[in-house]
Design a protein around this ligand. Structure first.
Ligand code: ARG
Length: 459
């Protein structure tokens, strides 16, 4: 057994403390990144003349052997390895003997772990970005089917004004776009190399940090070695961006849950994503959006956990940082799974009910603003028109009639400006069509937006 620590240590660890200290159970997930980082480090050491080319070659080959062993399930690690970095070094030395002992020259686990986690997060961000795009494309396909499907629009969860269903769905495409922009912005700061900062102060070994950064695809290096090994700001930024993704997924989930209730009945849940009750045979439950909504909590928790972990730490590396990994791993897994789940939900888990939606917007007062706007177009000041229509709605509610049921005489009694064309203005399709301001729900505007998104996604 190769000893990880120096001869300063004589006695073994208390077995519980050995477990408590070890991160191998979870940081084995960083194996490929650890191997990539080590390959780059070995090449650089040879390039700088610190180790022989032949040694670097042997080290690299052995690192690739370890990668293959792991792929075949033959890379055995135990708690004795403590973490992935020691596990790889131990196996390397088992494979090639003393030459393997040269790899850790001019490097510490402190810059090594910082490198590994950044490499892992960089790839994870790219995966999440792809999944967000996939979600956007599914929403776009639904939107394209439902430009002329009307849906009640709400404020305060009270009926407000009817909308094009496509307009409603595109709102979530916009949110996902901001999520992608945020992830890509975070990626800029994730993609900086701490490698070669060594334990905290840099190293006396003549290394080339720019070279390892280049080999690993980093866009630059940290210029302060202390900052390099003690920076976890990117983990905060990432979990914050991930939290907002979960906020958006949770909101759309909440809408699906409401829409699928008997009271709303805006959608059918298909058998693909709905589940039954163990007791009530009539039930069809929206478990998928409920789980997504519920899982948002753990991601927000990770953000809080990482912030708290960092806040009191003196420079530079502290073992507290070992706690960043499970938080980041779980955040990525949760967001990734939820994006897949919501994508499936919108692709095959639900069907909108255009007829039901049409009859809802026919039979409410969500065209009241349009009556006020009609009077405005005839020169009546808005506030005056607003008061008049308010009174009209009150009377209509008492008489249990809708605005479309009033006769032209009744309209004229309210205000002489009303003409026969008021009836057109009351139809929900017309109400929606008239919202032609930029960013509004008017069909033309919505179609423009759909074309823009379609173009963005195909170019
Ligand atoms: N397992 C450690 C972590 O995840 C690796 C770095 C340990 N460095 C040290 N000096 N103990 O943070």
């Amino acid at each position: 057994m190769v000893k990880a620590w120096s001869d300063r240590f004589e006695k073994g660890l208390n077995p519980f403390i050995e477990q408590f200290n070890a991160s191998i159970a979870f940081d084995i997930k960083l194996l490929n990144q650890d191997l990539d980082g080590s390959v780059a480090h070995a090449r650089m050491l040879a390039e700088c003349g610190v180790i022989a080319d032949a040694d670097a070659k042997q080290i690299e080959e052995a690192l690739e052997t370890i990668r293959q062993e792991a792929e075949q399930g033959n890379f055995q690690v135990t708690v004795k390895d403590e973490d992935v970095h020691f596990a790889v070094e131990r196996r390397l030395i088992e494979l090639i003997g003393p030459i393997g002992k040269k790899l850790h020259t001019g490097r510490s686990r402190n810059d090594q772990v910082g490198t590994d986690i950044r490499l892992w997060l960089r790839t994870s961000i790219e995966t999440l970005d792809r999944k967000l795009l996939q979600f956007q494309k599914i929403l776009l396909a639904q939107s394209e089917k439902h430009v002329f499907t009307l849906i009640p629009g709400y404020t305060h969860l009270q009926r407000a004004q009817p909308l094009s269903l496509a307009h409603h769905l595109i709102a979530y495409i916009e949110m996902a776009q901001r999520d992608r922009e945020r992830l890509n912005d975070v990626k800029k700061r994730v993609n900086i190399s701490p490698l070669g900062s060594a334990a905290l102060a840099g190293t006396s070994i003549p290394i080339d940090r720019q070279l390892t950064a280049k080999l690993l695809g980093f866009s630059g290096i940290y210029y302060n070695s202390l900052d390099a090994v003690s920076d976890r700001d990117f983990a905060v930024e990432f979990t914050a961006a991930a939290s907002l993704i979960m906020v958006h997924l949770s909101r759309i989930s909440e809408e699906v849950i409401l829409w699928s209730s008997e009271e709303f009945s805006f959608i059918h849940l298909t058998d693909r994503c709905a589940t039954g009750s163990s007791l009530m045979p009539q039930k069809k439950n929206p478990d998928v959006p409920e789980l997504v909504r519920g899982k948002s909590g753990r991601v927000f928790g990770h953000l809080q956990g990482i912030l708290t972990m960092i806040k009191g730490l003196p420079l530079a590396y502290n073992k507290d940082f070992q706690e960043d990994k499970e938080a980041l791993f779980d955040t990525v897994q949760t967001v990734s799974d939820c994006l897949d789940a919501v994508s499936i939900l919108f692709e095959e888990g639900l069907e909108f009910r255009p007829d039901r939606l049409a009859s809802l917007v026919e039979n409410d007062f969500s065209n009241a603003t349009d009556v006020a706007d009609y009077l405005v177009s005839k020169g009546v000041p808005f506030r005056e028109a607003y008061q008049k229509v308010g009174g009209l709605v009150k009377d209509s509610l008492e008489k249990k009639v809708l605005l479309k049921d009033l006769t032209l005489d009744e309209w004229k009694n309210i205000d002489s400006n009303f003409e026969a064309d008021i009836f057109d203005k009351l139809a929900p399709k017309q109400v929606v069509a008239s919202r032609t301001s930029e960013g509004g729900t008017g069909f033309e505007r919505v179609q423009e937006q759909l074309l823009l998104w379609r173009k963005r996604f195909t170019s």
